[in-house]
Design a protein around this ligand. Structure first.
Ligand SMILES: [Zn+2]
Ligand SMILES: [Zn+2]
Length: 281
């Protein structure tokens, strides 16, 4: 399919009819699948020696989950509604479509470009939303979460969801991108988002101080931001904006190393939450 001819005007209403259900299903599916996958992984790991990698002592409450899940569903709706004018703009030639062949090399290049651009967009819009004049309207809802879980991924107020969506049409207006790359990007984005909010460190020991890996963000990196350090760790996929701008948490590496230290399996726990005589399965 080569797209719609420019002179054949497609209305906003027709576009909405065409894409609403598919777009809603896609965005909802992305959220549910990624959050469930990471939540399931964390549930399993907490029953292994990796249980000691839980970053905070505090547990997320049921009220946290209900608020985050509800807000995330609303974010999916915001994305779906805003996708209508974007697709309408594509159909009527106001946004350029990528027209070329996609080789593995162009695929990798376009994917790297969109991830780098989105990382910069995230860092700077996130930092801006922490400005006292913007925080309440845009970002306070996301920070009602002190102890993140994968369900926090889309827990945004409506204005923050709109800022998050805006990246897509702005970027595609500047650099038309092959559709398979866009789908890969959206998949990476939601998976990294759910991982960043996992609450249990999922990355390998030594990651935060490794000469190459340290440039890729970790769960602890974003967890520290939620745990009250509002002036640090604004980045998303990578840590270089935080390192470059001096906003990386001063105790990030030390906290990372402590969280990922081998479990002290034989050390008695100060509190025993369950003494039920369950047998292991
Ligand atoms: Zn924030
Ligand atoms: Zn967050």
């Amino acid at each position: 399919m080569k797209g719609f001819p420019v002179d054949q005007h497609t209305s906003l209403l027709q576009t909405a009819k065409d894409i609403f259900v598919g777009s809603l299903t896609f965005d909802l599916g992305r959220y549910l699948i990624a959050a469930s996958l990471i939540a399931g992984l964390v549930w399993i790991l907490r029953r292994t020696s990796w249980a000691s990698r839980k970053i905070q002592k505090r547990e997320a409450t049921r009220a946290d989950f209900l608020r985050e899940f509800g807000a995330s569903l609303r974010t999916v709706l915001v994305y779906t509604v805003l996708a209508v004018p974007m697709v309408w703009a594509f159909r009527n030639g106001y946004l350029p479509e990528y027209r070329g062949t996609v080789t593995p090399l162009t695929y990798a290049g376009y994917l790297a470009a969109i991830l780098l651009a989105h990382d910069a967009w995230f860092y700077w819009t996130h930092r801006a939303m922490h400005h006292p004049r913007l925080f309440k309207t845009f970002h306070r809802l996301h920070h009602r979460t002190v102890t993140p879980t994968p369900w926090t991924a889309y827990s945004f107020a409506i204005p923050e969801a709109a800022v998050s969506f805006l990246f897509m049409p702005l970027y595609l207006a500047i650099l038309p991108t092959p559709k398979p790359v866009i789908f890969a990007f959206l998949t990476v984005m939601i998976l990294r988002n759910a991982m960043g909010h996992a609450g249990l460190e999922l990355h390998a020991r030594g990651w935060a101080s490794h000469p190459l890996l340290k440039w890729i963000s970790t769960t602890t990196h974003h967890d520290l931001h939620h745990a009250g350090s509002f002036n640090h760790n604004f980045g998303f996929y990578f840590t270089w904006w935080d390192k470059l701008m001096g906003t990386e948490h001063p105790d990030y590496v030390a906290t990372y190393d402590r969280v990922t230290a081998p479990a002290k399996a034989l050390e008695p726990q100060p509190f025993t939450t369950s003494a039920s005589p369950q047998t292991t399965a």
